[in-house]
Design a protein around this ligand. Sequence first.
Ligand code: FMN
Length: 220
Amino acid sequence: MKYEVVITSPKINNNGNSDIYNNPNNICNIYNNRKEHDKYNRAPIGVYFKNKGDNLLIRAHLYEGSHTYNILKKEDYFVINICSPYIIAQSVYDDNGNYKLIQYNNHILPYLSEAYRIYIVKIIDRKIIESKNEYGHSDIMIIEGISLLKKDIREPLIIPYNRADGLIVEMAVLYSRLNIVVDSSQKDKIKREMEHYFKIIKKVGDKNHIKLGKKLLSGL
Ligand SMILES: Cc1cc2nc3c(=O)[nH]c(=O)nc-3n(C[C@H](O)[C@H](O)[C@H](O)COP(=O)(O)O)c2cc1C
């Protein structure tokens, strides 16, 4: 089964390196929020989890062109954030997350403070394949990783299901597709679908869903 998560990673600088600092201490430690949004990247990504013996293996398919693709082509370490549908949808819009930092051996990695649980993942294999779908050709990088550390961050809220949660994630998926679609009739179709979902969100969602839905529509 595929799960939607947010992947956070340090951005790469102009020299093509990330801002992962070397640290001599071999401890796992959490730092305070440094409010340095420009240094960190977040993106909603579909991820497959598989238990193999005592190990948790992770696989994701990354479309060429995203920052996450470019970062993880070079960097071996990243964080999987298990979080609410709202945070998943919000993460497609910008990188202005509430980041905290976690240290694992020599690596300092960003995660989202709203996450319920995080996994620190090390990439153990990359494959680049060409893919063709309804939107055209593009390269996909299949990454396989192993979870090095699982950490619970905050208790999930126990709340009844709200339809706006599912719909705002669907709006976010459509929003991200608009970046790769060139055909104008396909773009119009996507926009109409987003507007349809937004109508329902306005009826059943809270002010955060509505504000985010408006932002996604205004970015079209
Ligand atoms: C729920 C959801 C799931 C997504 N899954 C994937 C995925 O599996 N692979 C991928 O390449 N992009 C996926 N995307 C699209 C990326 O999140 C999107 O391209 C994003 O803008 C990338 O951000 P970045 O440029 O900061 O990496 C998904 C988007 C959403 C909303």
